[in-house]
Design a protein around this ligand. Structure first.
Ligand code: ADP
Length: 477
């Protein structure tokens, strides 16, 4: 069952439960008011008639009440014989006052009215006064009977009667009207809640549609139309779009990585294949050229294995492999890396300055890898006679590692991209077998995993300065 149908049915059921309750109570209150008005009029008329009868000899007579209300009166003797009666009541069955007064509980007006107790207001029913209902083939009559006393002696009985035909018909019409209105309201409520639920769930339907389109077309650039309201569904649509944007970004990065990786892997492989082909075809190749071909193949194989190692490192980084972190002496790692890098220098001078002992919580191997990437870059892009400075010091409650070189620097247009995977600044040097374009992205990942930050400043032909900021171990200096 759809959410829309469930919502519509829940609202409908709730309404169907509340509506009859409200309808019956309002009807009962209204009917009770109407019938109570009649009872009050009967009481008052009977009271007046008793007073008049005891004062005059004219006897009982028909009283014309307000709004055409007709009240007839009948007097009975103490033995229950009809003594006097209003015109128009001749055909009505007479009562036995004795029986009526003995069994005062007559039938209720109707099932609904009896839900509300009589509210007689300012008129009170005398102790032995009794109301009951008299049914004739044409209509019902409301009857009030009360004994007439002279001192403590009963001298007779008075019966006040009023026809209920008019009010019964009007109540019947009212019941019918309420029933029809109730049914129409229920149908309208069901229809309305179906429409409202449909309207409220429309953004969800659109989301489902978009998700289906994406699933079929694999087009992650699609977005959901944002609903105008900033309600829960609006926020859900916004979150859905953000999620799509993030998946799209990750997917594009992945695609670029795969295409860049295959491109990068193809270059050394082609070089190796070309050289192998050359060696196979020209058996009589001079020894010098043969040696050159072997050297190139060696360089390309070396580059290939570096590429694979770097790609593996990044794949592990993407997979979220956790670092093995513990408190380490960063100065020892910096010194170690400095010594290793110095072996690779080809004419550049290398200095370790400033140098302060420092501890951080981190992964020793990864931090060494970071330093070797930065020092390797400095050596790669700094000509002979250039200078490379490596510094380790405390700054503003952090540890700062600075690798500064006086090399060729980076062009301003390349600077924003150097942390992108496979990005290499100068196409002229991009075939440098040492470079993979993955060094700085790996360095950035390592620094971020340690809760630090990496920044790079460079000026063409002036040099480059890479600053790494790392948190101190346990906040200690
Ligand atoms: P690569 O393996 O090519 O060095 P990196 O990701 O380490 O890849 O660096 C990206 C690019 O940034 C390099 O190709 C280079 O152009 C530039 N670069 C990085 N470090 C330096 C530096 N110290 N001096 C000049 N250019 C640099």
């Amino acid at each position: 069952m759809s959410i829309r149908l469930r919502l519509a049915l829940s609202y409908g059921t709730l309404f169907a439960l509340i509506l009859p309750l409200v309808t019956v109570l309002s009807y009962a209150l209204h009917a009770r008011g109407q019938y109570d008005d009649l009872d009050r009029a009967l009481l008052v008329s009977a009271g007046h008639a008793i007073a008049e009868a005891s004062d005059s000899v004219t006897g009982p007579h028909l009283i014309q009440g307000k709004e055409g209300l007709e009240i007839a009166l009948r007097f009975y003797t103490t033995t229950g014989t009809l003594q006097e009666l209003s015109l128009g009541t001749e055909t009505l069955p007479t009562m036995n006052p004795y029986n009526v007064l003995r069994n005062p509980s007559g039938p209720a007006f109707d099932a609904f009215t009896s839900l509300i107790p009589p509210m007689m207001g300012y008129v009170s029913v005398p102790p032995r006064g009794v109301f009951y209902l008299l049914s004739t083939p044409t209509q019902r009559w409301r009857v009030y009977v009360q004994p007439i006393y002279f001192g403590v002696r009963t001298t007779g009985y008075i019966e006040a009667l009023t026809p209920l035909g008019h009010i019964d018909t009007s109540m019947q019409t009212f019941r019918l009207l309420l029933g029809v209105l109730g049914f129409c309201s229920l149908v309208a409520a069901l229809g309305g809640s179906w429409a409202i639920a449909g309207n409220a769930l429309r953004p969800i339907a659109r989301m489902i549609q978009t998700a289906q389109t994406i699933a079929l077309s694999r087009d992650l650039s699609q977005r959901i139309d944002m609903p105008a309201q900033k309600d829960e569904l609006g926020r859900l649509a916004a979150t859905f779009n953000e999620m799509l944007a993030s998946i799209e970004g990750a997917y594009r990065t992945q695609q670029r990585f795969v295409s860049d990786a295959s491109h990068e892997l193809r270059a050394p492989l082609t070089a190796i294949q070309g050289n192998l082909e050359l060696l196979r075809r020209y058996q009589a190749m001079p020894a010098g050229e043969r040696e050159e071909a072997f050297e190139e193949m060696e360089r390309e194989a070396d580059r290939l294995s570096r590429l694979v190692a770097d790609m593996l490192a990044l794949a592990r980084a993407d997979a979220g492999v956790p670092l093995k972190r513990h408190t380490i002496d960063l100065d020892v790692i910096v010194l170690d890396s400095f010594r290793s890098a110095r072996q690779l220098a080809h004419g550049q001078t290398m200095q370790l300055e400033p140098f302060e002992p420092a501890q951080t919580d981190g992964d020793e191997d990864r931090l060494k890898q970071l330093l070797l990437i930065l020092l390797d870059n400095a050596l790669k892009y700094t000509p002979e006679q250039g200078h490379i400075m490596l510094g380790l010091h405390h700054k503003d409650g952090h540890i700062e590692i600075v690798v500064h070189d006086t090399g060729m620097g980076i062009a301003p247009e390349d600077l924003p991209h150097v942390f992108e995977r496979f990005y290499r600044a100068d196409p002229g040097r991009s075939r440098d077998p040492g470079g993979t374009g993955l060094g700085l992205p790996i360095a950035q990942w390592i620094v971020e995993q340690h809760g630090g930050a990496i920044s790079l400043k460079s000026q063409q032909e002036q040099g480059t300065c890479v600053t790494v900021s790392l948190p101190l171990s346990g906040g200690r200096l």
